[in-house]
Design a protein around this ligand. Structure first.
Ligand SMILES: Nc1nc2c(c(=O)[nH]1)N[C@H]1C(S)=C(S)[C@@H](COP(=O)(O)OP(=O)(O)OC[C@H]3O[C@@H](n4cnc5c(=O)[nH]c(N)nc54)[C@H](O)[C@@H]3O)O[C@H]1N2
Ligand SMILES: Nc1nc2c(c(=O)[nH]1)N[C@H]1C(S)=C(S)[C@@H](COP(=O)(O)OP(=O)(O)OC[C@H]3O[C@@H](n4cnc5c(=O)[nH]c(N)nc54)[C@H](O)[C@@H]3O)O[C@H]1N2
Ligand code: SF4
Ligand SMILES: [Mo]
Length: 752
């Protein structure tokens, strides 16, 4: 039995794991005490990772759709040859804009993205549609305006905060913060620290809170504005911080002074005294921070919510300090910066611009169905299951059936794969070099490069190999780079690979076009000098070089050897050698001001688009008598983890994915615990089982995320939420779906 180090791939925390393996299986899974951040912490979901690694839906060979709709095995060579020809045809006949890439990494597998992004370059396309662009683009856009660049992302130092606002997030179940349950317990136990939860449900986190504001769904903007108005009216804002670091506070102040605090608290249905108490407590705390997630992002006013949440910590000066909200560094860039005013970046049908470089999944079916010549004709899906996970499953299914080419790269036979022309089997995240880009820590940041634990399942291949071979077949990349390979092999580690890097630089200056394919070139050349099965780690060298170049002093604090030319290579070696992950930088709080990207290094508080939006709130009316309930379509519970587990046997509780409903609502509709009901939106209906539960507000019901997969091609088990979420039910500006605010009608299912 072998003991190995790896990480959990089920949520953005990627907790370090110590695992015991036997005969291709996980036999024991525990927290890894050596992991520098998680230090042995895990939750119950990781213990059952064997259900991800080995199950009956794993894909073991490339498959091609036949004329009769069935799938037949095809060799890798032929599959990639045929796909390469089809892609080249699309590119030549209709320009690269006819191609879209979907997905590119889930909760733990971003390393493949280093390679798959090259395919977009090869296709001359900029259309990448990802899950991030159905939740976080409002936040990303606001960051761009406040901090000068959409890559500026903030994190929250909850462990050191005296006052924490959790708005629209349930970290007890969903995690998203460091060692969540331990962190929450420490906060709860300390009488000098205050934990506030803003959530329409008495969530597991709300149960632990000092104060719970159980607002009406989607009224966060009112509540946050009321809080901000109280702070400013009572003069509790941080005038020193605002003067030194921010511009535009005057216009914000003017708006806030106009707010009818009492009316806004009432709209949120929260007692005014409680709103005042929280506003005052937050503003006067020594260190305070805010943590948000889908409760504010998948609900109405998503972008405005992001703005107001950030104003809370900025106006009170809880930024760039211990226990506050802070900008941080990152190793793998998950988003880029895109200015929506730039020409030539909009989609054909919706004229939608990217945010953070990403396009929103809610518009993709329309971009495919579009009648214009400039429609999307070929789609490549990698590590995503859009037919189940993106809004409007029927729209996705119909649109994908129209495509000239649909290729799916996945570890499992998914609902999306079943529609593909070609299915390419990927090695699982425990069968290849992997890493996630969720290293969002400050002041100490971490990077964890995971080593393969098992050989690939049957004929499955790691994404680095799939994409590199495809680029070679497309004629984009030469199959060999003899000079580079030779220099790489000549160089022992002590020369810091300086010769190799110089040769690479020369190659790129001679052939600038090849720079876009740097990952595959490093893989094919430098990779040959790395330990067996670690070849695909080669592009890490590019990342460590650029990271050390940007944050030299902070890296030097943790990787002691090395000067400006060699430190990047030292960091590369340190990451490669340490299977539990390594701290890559130790920053000072002052560094945060250097991460700001505004030309004047000040925070630009005034965002005209947001100010005009907040003015419209006063007249909003949301009553909808036809659909009297608000469905929270996607609650995180003990046994769901997006679509990562397909075998329902992994769920220890809640196998059916019940709908929570308030006892008084159930009584009114004559519904008993366990009854089957119809949940109907304006585009469709699903049947679900009710669990009577007073944790939800009245007229609100809640269903879990991540159910409804058809394991072994059988019946869907649990709610297929996106059968009832219309593509158009989203914010006009970002196209972020309102999954937390779906008006529905509930009726008891009468057996006939
Ligand atoms: N167990 C588990 N953990 C997961 C996942 C999973 O599938 N399962 N998925 C991962 C992913 S991809 C993500 S993005 C995160 C999401 O993590 P979270 O956003 O924390 O999880 P959710 O349960 O979707 O929503 C959080 C809370 O928002 C509340 N809420 C609903 N409507 C509103 C509203 O209008 N206002 C406010 N203030 N709150 C509201 C809900 O009651 C819920 O308690 O979780 C990650 N972690
Ligand atoms: N109604 C509703 N819809 C939602 C949500 C909601 O709350 N409500 N939540 C949304 C959110 S926040 C998110 S993040 C998305 C998540 O939606 P997706 O990103 O589509 O789903 P994931 O479950 O993360 O992963 C998708 C696929 O990755 C595959 N996979 C796993 N490992 C690998 C690998 O190593 N290589 C490859 N190539 N594939 C792999 C899995 O088999 C799975 O099919 O869902 C969204 N959809
Ligand atoms: S699901 Fe998230 S919190 Fe739980 S063990 Fe995995 S990474 Fe850690
Ligand atoms: Mo997510």
């Amino acid at each position: 039995m072998a003991s190995e180090k790896t990480a959990c791939i089920l949520c953005s925390r990627n907790c370090g794991l110590t695992v015991e393996l036997d005969n291709g299986k996980f036999v024991k899974i525990q927290g890894d005490d050596q992991h520098p951040i998680t230090k042995g912490y895990i939750c119950q979901k990781a213990a059952r990772l064997e259900y991800y690694q080995n199950h009956d839906d794993r894909l073991g060979q490339p498959l091609k759709r036949q004329a009769d709709g069935s799938f037949a095995p095809i060799s890798w060579d032929l599959a990639l040859q045929e796909i390469a020809e089809k892609l080249n045809h699309v590119k030549q006949s209709y320009t690269g804009n006819a191609f879209a890439f979907v997905g590119g990494g889930g909760q733990g597998n971003h390393w493949g993205g280093m390679y798959s992004r090259q395919l977009l370059s090869a296709m001359n396309s900029r259309f990448i549609y990802t899950a991030l662009a159905q939740e976080k683009t409002g936040d990303i856009w606001v960051n761009g305006r406040l901090f000068g660049n959409q890559t500026c992302h903030t994190t929250e130092d909850i462990e050191h905060a005296d006052y924490v606002l959790f708005i629209g997030t349930n970290p007890f179940q969903a995690h998203g913060i460091v060692n969540s349950r331990d962190t929450l317990k420490a906060l709860q136990k300390d009488p000098n620290r205050t934990m506030v939860v803003i959530d329409p449900r008495v969530s597991e986190t709300a149960k632990m809170a000092d104060i719970h504001l159980q607002l009406k769904p989607s009224t966060d903007a009112y509540l946050m504005l009321a809080m901000l108005a109280i702070i400013v009216r009572e003069g509790r804002h941080d005038k020193g911080f605002l003067t030194i670091h921010c511009t535009g506070f005057d216009s914000i102040e003017k708006e806030l002074l106009e707010i009818d605090i009492e009316d806004y608290a009432q709209r949120a249905d929260v007692p005014l005294e409680l709103v005042q108490k929280v506003a005052r407590g937050f503003a006067t705390a020594k260190n305070a921070c805010v943590r948000v997630d889908l409760g504010t992002q998948h609900s109405l006013h998503t972008t405005l919510n992001a703005y107001l949440e950030k104003l809370l910590y900025l106006v009170t000066g809880n930024f760039a300090k211990k226990g506050g909200n802070n900008l941080h560094t990152s190793m793998i860039p998950l988003v880029s910066h895109t200015d929506e005013r730039k020409k030539g970046i909009r989609t054909a049908k919706h004229k939608m611009f990217p945010i953070g470089g990403l396009y929103p999944p809610n518009i993709l079916p329309d971009e495919i169905n579009h009648s214009g010549e400039d429609r999307i004709r070929a789609v490549w899906v990698d590590s995503a299951n859009p037919v189940l996970t993106y809004a409007d499953s029927k729209a996705y299914t119909t649109a994908f059936q129209q495509l000239d080419l649909l290729v799916v790269v996945d570890v499992a036979m998914t609902e999306t794969a079943r529609l593909a022309h070609y299915i390419l089997p990927a090695a699982s995240q425990y069968e290849k070099v992997e890493a996630s880009g969720f290293n969002l820590e400050f002041p100490e940041n971490l990077f964890h490069l995971r080593h393969p634990l098992f050989p690939p399942f049957k004929e499955a291949l790691p994404e680095p190999e799939i994409y590199t071979r495809l680029l070679e077949k497309m004629g984009i990349l030469p199959t060999t780079f003899p000079v580079l390979t030779k220099i790489a092999a000549l160089e022992p580690k002590i020369t810091a690979r300086l010769g190799y890097m110089a040769a690479l630089k020369i190659l790129f200056s001679r052939k600038p076009n090849l720079q876009k394919y740097g990952s595959s070139i490093l893989y094919r050349t430098l990779g040959t000098t790395l330990p067996k099965n670690m070849e695909a780690a080669a592009p890490l060298l590019g990342l460590t070089l650029s990271y050390t170049h940007k944050y030299y002093e902070a890296v030097k604090k943790v990787v002691y050897k090395g000067n400006k030319r060699t430190l990047g290579n030292e960091l590369f070696n340190a990451i490669l050698a340490n299977k539990s992950g390594v701290i890559i930088s130790k920053h000072k709080f002052e560094d945060i001001w250097t991460f700001l990207k505004t030309p004047d290094k000040r925070i630009h508080l005034e965002i005209p688009e947001m100010i005009s939006e907040l003015r419209q709130l006063a007249t909003e009316d949301l009553t909808n008598p036809d659909f009297p309930f608000i469905l929270m379509a996607g609650e995180r519970r003990s046994y769901n983890a997006n679509q990562i587990y397909r075998d329902v046997a992994w769920r220890k509780t809640d196998p059916k994915g019940v709908m929570r409903m308030h006892p008084e609502d159930a009584q009114e509709l004559d519904i008993a615990n366990g009854d089957e009901v119809i949940c109907q939106s304006n585009i469709g209906r699903i049947t679900v089982f009710v669990e009577i539960d007073k944790s939800v507000r009245r007229k609100m019901v809640s269903l879990p995320n991540g159910y409804g997969s058809r394991f072994r091609n059988g019946e869907a088990i649990g709610p297929q939420l996106n059968m009832i979420t219309p593509s158009s039910h989203c914010e006009t500006f970002t196209k972020t779906p309102f999954h937390k605010y779906l008006p529905v009608k509930i009726t008891k299912l009468i057996e006939t």
